[in-house]
Design a binder for this molecule. Structure first.
Ligand SMILES: Cc1cc2nc3c(=O)[nH]c(=O)nc-3n(C[C@H](O)[C@H](O)[C@H](O)COP(=O)(O)OP(=O)(O)OC[C@H]3O[C@@H](n4cnc5c(N)ncnc54)[C@H](O)[C@@H]3O)c2cc1C
Length: 396
């Protein structure tokens, strides 16, 4: 059985317009026909989804929320969330590739770049001609991103960059990487951090180890170092001291896409578990008719619906210019944990079959774990939400 055989109809959401429904139909069709058949192979052989990325580019799905005049599809964040959800529903690695490219890699250049910088990179990225990546994490700067140690020193018309970045999604294949570096000050002083762009092939940009991961094995995760890497003066985004804030803003939007990815993975787990529970009989009864199994499926469906509402609401607020950071954390946290619970229960419902590679259930379980770690761990999301509660309470 494949997820393609067992698509479960989704409840329409009040956050969706007819255009969103059309986008969902188009991307679902593509995901089932073009992405799902490759997912197991990408995972088993650690293959990057080059072909799929090229096809997604042709269809305009590599720059969904970027305006048409900059090479994107000119759609909103709800549409973008749907695209990440539907791709991740059948292949988490492909979903993460698109999300890291769009909101993390291309987003900061579009949002914080000068017109010249935007013209140089955004149309190529948004059209999918060039892949983008985002490098914040370092060996000693993970959740504590202010602890950036990569340095940028002014030298004539250039910046000279030194230091290491870790766990950068898409790094191997990216034409551009946006990254943070310290322009002086003590480690921990966010006011001295700036954001920069480096192009592929720049001397001194040295790719390091490709990570061998638990899940999302078709997604490219690599460390790299800057060794006296010289980048032109005008490759800095914004002013010194703005880089940390720019990257935190980028992560607020990025959290919506990791929420969408978690949502897709959770739905993918239900897609596998539900038809199996309706078909498989033990003790003369279908599994779904046994209360412990039926209850698991009920919880999965309810949590997926709740996660969908949270993720779409965050995206809808962003699209309407309303504050959305707290909602992005709600959506990311809940959808990630929903994905883990749903994948865990799907494997359990499938019994021995769930533990094998016969179905995507075990892959979804491995893939889902990243959602609780990347773009701010679940603990960091809870800290962010607690800070909001402390400052603003929870208006209902
Ligand atoms: C597959 C993959 C892809 C990634 N892609 C990218 C990318 O494209 N770009 C990028 O910049 N980074 C990327 N990352 C890095 C990712 O964002 C970090 O791994 C994440 O932010 C956590 O940082 P860390 O790994 O250093 O863990 P740490 O910060 O060392 O945290 C370890 C544990 O301690 C907990 N912890 C830390 N601080 C606190 C606190 N104050 N209170 C409570 N608990 C705390 C954490 O929640 C976690 O459980 C990726 C990681 C992976 C695995």
């Amino acid at each position: 059985m494949t997820t393609a055989d067992s698509a479960v109809a989704l409840t329409p959401s009040p956050f969706l317009t007819e255009d969103h429904v059309a986008v969902r139909e188009a991307i679902r069709d593509f995901a089932l026909n073009e992405v799902a058949p490759l997912a197991a192979k990408l995972d088993e052989e650690k293959l990057f989804p080059h072909e799929t990325v090229a096809k997604l580019a042709e269809l305009g799905f590599m720059g969904v929320p970027i305006p048409v005049e900059y090479g994107g599809a000119g759609m909103d964040y709800v549409a973008y969330s749907i695209v990440i959800e539907e791709i991740s529903r059948v292949c988490g690695a492909t979903g993460l590739t698109v999300a890291a490219h769009t909101s993390l890699g291309t987003g900061p250049i579009y949002n914080f770049g000068t017109e010249e910088q935007k013209q140089r990179w955004v149309p190529k990225c948004a059209s999918g001609e060039m892949l983008a990546a985002f490098a914040l994490t370092e060996p000693d700067a993970g959740s504590d991103a202010k602890a950036t140690r990569v340095t940028a020193i002014e030298d004539g018309d250039h910046w000279v960059i030194n230091g290491a970045k870790l766990y950068c999604t898409n790094a191997t294949h990216a034409g551009v990487i946006v990254f943070t570096a310290r322009m002086g000050g003590e480690v921990g002083d966010a006011s001295k951090i700036a954001a920069f762009v480096v192009e592929k092939g720049t001397p001194g940009l040295v790719m390091g180890k490709l990570e061998d991961k638990l899940g999302l094995r078709g997604s490219d995760t690599r460390e790299f170092v800057f060794e006296d890497c010289r980048i032109p003066k005008d490759f800095r985004l914004g002013e010194p001291g703005q880089g940390f804030g720019q990257f935190m803003k980028t992560l607020e939007g990025g959290r919506i896409s990791i929420g969408a990815m978690g949502l897709g993975l959770a739905q993918g787990a239900l897609d596998v578990a539900l038809p199996y529970a309706k078909e498989r009989k033990q003790f003369g009864k279908r599994l779904i008719d046994m209360q412990p199994v039926g209850f698991k499926l009920s919880n999965m469906a309810m949590e997926i619906q709740a996660a969908r509402n949270l993720v779409y609401e965050a995206a809808w607020r962003k699209d309407h210019g309303l504050p959305f950071a707290r909602h992005a954390s709600f959506g990311k946290l809940f959808a990630s944990e929903t994905a883990m619970r749903a994948a865990h229960d799907a494997v359990q419902i499938l019994g021995g079959t769930g533990y094998t590679r016969e179905t995507p259930a075990e892959r979804i379980l491995r893939d889902a774990k990243l959602c609780e770690i990347g773009e701010g761990t679940s603990e960091i999301q809870r800290l962010v939400i607690a800070r909001f509660l402390d400052r603003e309470g929870l208006d209902v």
